[in-house]
Design a protein around this ligand. Structure first.
Ligand code: HEC
Length: 102
């Protein structure tokens, strides 16, 4: 299963696909309002851990993609798979790594 995610990520990087501008706006709103309610804005941490570039630096895209898509069982982190496809999730991770909301 992890292997499948990795392939999906690699393909995404290879074609450097990004959601269309309108969808990008929706995704950034989601980061602010939905993710921000637990991770803060800027996402320095709250109920959920910090998602600032420094905090993500040592963490792989695969690990973050997995956490966002599937959530973390037994914690407040819900799965976002119903709302975000793999490409959109990878794009959000790039925004976070670039310091979204600072
Ligand atoms: C209801 C609260 C809540 C919301 C909403 C939420 N998260 Fe989380 N998130 C958490 C918690 C709590 C954790 C820590 C889970 C754990 O202990 O492993 C977490 C973990 C994560 C992690 C893993 C971080 C790491 O260091 O391993 C990422 C990435 C993440 N969230 C991104 C997001 C994104 C992106 C969104 C919005 C699409 C979001 N979260 C929305 C509560 C939330």
């Amino acid at each position: 299963m992890r292997f499948v995610w990795l392939i999906a990520l690699l393909c995404n990087v290879a074609v450097a696909d990004a959601p269309n501008p309108q969808r990008q706006q929706e995704l950034l709103n989601m980061l602010k309002h939905d993710c921000g309610s637990c991770h803060g804005l800027p996402p320095k941490g709250g109920l959920g851990p910090s998602l600032m570039p420094e905090a993500l630096a040592g963490k792989s895209d695969e690990l973050l993609l997995d956490a966002i898509q599937k959530g973390r069982a037994g914690t407040a982190m819900p799965p976002w798979q119903p709302f975000l496809n793999v490409e959109e999730t990878a794009w959000l991770i790039r925004q976070l790594r670039q310091g979204f909301g600072q």
